[in-house]
Design a protein. Structure first.
Length: 375
């Protein structure tokens, strides 16, 4: 094969970068096409505040005039400052099942990252750990839930053959209302509520001032709760607001909740209806097609994804997480969603795993992997 790697440096190239993804999933019934407009927004270095402390370089692999692969090299100054390392990232990786194509893509990203002073390459992240993360390594017969990744099975081989090693696995748990909603859990979470004087309220989506104040509360808890975690990087105010405004359009207000003690916010949970169950019918990735699918296929949504559940450090291991899980589960069930996915969970986060497995009777049903290599 004669493979040529080209840098993407203009708007036309970014459109090709986004549109070429369809080349790799034609006929795959489990792939959920992204909304093209959202992808371009994510990659927009002027509008996405992530790029105020990060850089990205996109690459396309060509065989003649045909695009046969793509990749992005990413640096994140905030990550390196927090973790005291020089780790660069790769993301948005796609390739035909050909090791030469994959190798040339990784070489291009690696060379670019090395020119930026990086000593290691980690991924996939699209484009950060606050976005889509990880390579699916099992359960290829199921579509991804909202904001989770999907890829062909052979990607793992392409990545490992280039010299990448496993750095960390991320787990997705499946939860069923008729399994976890036991009398014991109901009684236990009620004891915690009564003993600590916990009240639960939903975010205020209707009043713009109150919504802004609630987003500020979530941001403070989020940044405090995950501070010690592997790979975690605090979101800037602009990043959090950017994400909140995006999620506001698809969120179910009753599934975004705050736990308070005597009026003080101590934790929150964010859960989103799995709109991928509707969007899977939007094969072309257009915005109007997406709206149509969300309107006409809404009844197909029977699962909610618990994206974030966080407590202030002083309230962790207090049982309040069970209260939040119970509240989300019961509310989702009332809304017609008896199933839930809790993702992603670090493979060594024993506290979260114990709660999901022992208290919620959840099972790991999907695994995502982060790889790393010295450069």
């Amino acid at each position: 094969m004669s493979i040529e790697i080209k840098k993407v440096n203009d708007a036309s190239g970014k459109k090709k970068f986004v549109n070429c993804q369809w080349n790799f999933y034609e006929g795959n019934p489990n792939w959920v096409a992204p909304i093209k407009m959202d992808r371009l927004k994510l990659l927009n270095e002027e509008k996405n505040p992530f790029y105020k402390h990060a850089e990205i370089q996109l690459f396309l692999a060509y065989e003649g005039k045909e695009i046969v692969g793509r990749i992005a090299g990413i640096t994140n100054a905030n990550h390196n400052e927090i973790h005291k390392d020089k780790v660069g990232f790769f993301g948005f990786f796609e390739s035909i099942d050909n090791q030469e194509v994959a190798n040339k893509l990784f070489e291009a990203a690696e060379k670019w990252l090395k020119s930026k002073g990086m000593t290691d390459i980690r991924g996939p992240v699209n484009p950060s750990t606050n976005d889509e993360v990880g390579l699916l390594i099992d359960a290829f017969d199921m579509p991804p839930v909202i904001l989770m990744t999907y890829n062909p099975p052979y990607y793992q081989k392409l990545i490992e053959n280039y010299g990448f090693k496993k750095e960390k696995d991320l787990l997705a748990y499946i939860l069923h209302h008729d399994t976890y909603a036991s009398e014991k859990l109901t009684r236990m979470q009620q004891i915690v509520r009564d003993r600590k004087g916990i009240t639960i309220r939903a975010l205020n989506f209707k009043d713009s001032k109150k919504f802004k104040a609630d987003v500020k509360t979530l941001k403070e808890i989020y940044n405090a709760a995950w501070q010690p975690n592997w790979g975690f990087v605090k979101m800037t105010d602009e990043e959090f607001d950017f994400l909140a405004n995006d999620l506001k359009t698809i969120a179910e207000p009753k599934l975004t909740i705050i736990a308070e003690i005597k009026g003080k916010p101590v934790g929150f949970a964010l859960s989103l209806p799995d709109i991928n169950q509707s969007l899977i019918y939007n094969k072309k990735g257009g915005i109007f097609g997406a709206v149509w699918c969300l309107l006409t296929k809404k009844k197909k949504i029977d699962l909610t994804r618990i994206i974030v559940l966080g407590l202030l450090p002083e309230y962790q291991s207090s049982g309040i997480d069970a209260v939040l899980y119970h509240e989300i589960g019961e509310t989702a069930f009332e809304l017609g969603m008896p199933k839930g996915e809790a993702s992603w969970i670090l493979e060594d986060n024993e506290m979260m795993k114990r709660g999901l497995e022992t208290t919620m009777k959840g099972d790991v049903y999907k695994t995502y992997r982060i790889f790393q290599k010295s450069i």
